[in-house]
Design a binder for this molecule. Structure first.
Ligand code: URA
Length: 409
């Protein structure tokens, strides 16, 4: 039976809800092995799923655990999710912005997936920071300070948790049906009233084309509507890394600096766009009005104060964050203007450095990563430092300067 289901999908046929349930529940309770599940996931990646199969699988994922209820917390709760990119530290920036404007934020985040980083890995680079809050602690903290960012509780879409870790190391991440199921099951089970999804598209994203992003958007909105949740999707570019840093500790420090106004780049603009959408959804106000509120939260530093309060509340000490002392600078061999910075190559490099996982059991090194010293549209001269690599292993960095596409003026 297990092999029959794999064969059916391998041949591009449609699986019934019973077959999906049998297989996926079997995986959760140990009757289906990792290699059998990997095989089915690969068949899904190659042969796709119908909308009905995606709906069925999302339902099975949701029902694999509990569905949280935050109706006892006042206000409309808007959740946000990103499909993942390189250097995507937006949650750490927008959650405090939105919360500082009086909108409660209960954000359950994930770990890195493939060459894309994960908010939980990033936050765990802060010494003492707890990402394993239970439901009582989550509710208490939201009532006290208006925000929480934590791992999915153990019993929230546990099927996604197990399959997410397997997909990460079996080349089965980039599949629209699997991404839609994974994201929407978690978001529905997390109990938010409204959901904002940042669909990343480009070389450094799981989705490479606008067409794929539109497809994912359509199915996620349909799933949300089925469960009576308003879902808004933004499609945003991910050809270049987001901001200036890639790697866990470095990204936390960059998030702090963006909130402080010390760093300002396209990441700031994206965070304003995302938080304004969340605020407009939560308060039922226009985007223009929401943008004004968000900009004020940044300039008055109330969002930065909220960031500090939240880190402290979850036990973290940002002053103790560690960056690897071993640094290699990469210099430009060309003169001209930077046209592109290859996000995918930098994402893969960050995994080699130890900032992401090659195997399910791998431990992340929070201290390693990349700090870009030059960004797209910057002018460079021969010998200028393009980026700094923080590492603690020996890897070949000879080609890193070529990750920057530099054209003569
Ligand atoms: N984010 C998720 O939560 N799941 C995916 O499959 C991809 C991005």
């Amino acid at each position: 039976m297990i092999v029959d289901i794999i064969n059916k999908k391998r041949l591009g046929k449609i699986l019934s809800k019973e077959e999906l349930k049998f297989f996926f529940e079997g995986y959760l309770n140990g009757k289906v092995t990792d290699y059998q599940m990997s095989s089915l996931l690969m068949a899904i990646c190659i042969n796709n799923m119908t909308d009905k199969e995606i709906f069925d699988l999302t339902d099975i994922f949701i029902k694999s655990g509990e569905v949280l209820d935050f109706s006892d917390i006042e206000g409309i709760k808007v959740d946000k999710h990103s499909t993942g990119g390189v250097g995507d530290k937006t949650t750490m920036i927008i959650a405090p912005i939105v919360s500082s404007l009086g909108v409660p934020v209960v954000k359950m985040s994930g770990r890195g997936l493939g060459f894309t980083g994960g908010t939980i890995d990033k936050l765990e680079s802060i010494p003492g920071f707890r990402t394993d809050l239970n439901l009582d602690e989550i509710k208490k903290q939201v009532k006290e300070i208006g925000m929480v960012v934590t791992s999915q509780t153990a019993n929230l879409a546990p099927m996604d948790k197990k399959i997410y870790a397997l997909r990460d190391v079996t080349g089965t991440v980039e599949s629209i049906p699997l991404i839609a199921t994974s994201i929407m099951s978690k978001k529905i089970a997390s109990g938010a009233d409204k959901i904002l999804i940042d669909i990343k598209v480009g070389t450094g994203a799981l989705l490479k084309t606008e067409k794929e992003a539109e497809k994912l958007k359509k199915i996620m909105i349909q799933i949300g509507n089925f469960y009576n949740k308003e879902v808004r999707c933004l499609i945003t570019n991910m050809d270049n890394p987001l901001g200036t840093s890639i790697g866990n500790s470095l990204e936390v420090l960059e998030a702090r600096d963006i909130l402080l106004g010390k760093e300002k780049n396209s990441l700031t603009d994206l965070c304003i766009e995302l938080s304004s959408n969340m605020v407009s959804m939560a308060k039922n106000i226009s985007i223009t009005e929401a943008v004004q509120q968000v900009k004020k939260a940044l300039s008055s530093k109330i969002a930065y104060q909220k960031f500090l309060e939240f880190i402290k509340c979850q036990g973290g000490d940002i002053e103790k964050i560690q960056i690897s002392p071993k640094v290699v600078k990469i210099y430009s061999k060309k003169q001209g203007i930077i046209k592109k910075i290859d996000a995918l190559k930098f994402g893969k490099l960050s995994v080699l450095l130890g900032a992401g996982r090659k195997n399910k059991e791998d431990k992340i090194n929070p201290t390693v990563g990349i700090k870009l010293e030059k960004l797209v549209n910057d002018k460079v001269n021969i010998g200028d430092c393009l980026c700094k690599i923080y590492l603690d292993n020996e890897i070949n960095l000879d080609e890193v300067d070529q990750y920057f596409k530099i054209e003569e003026e």
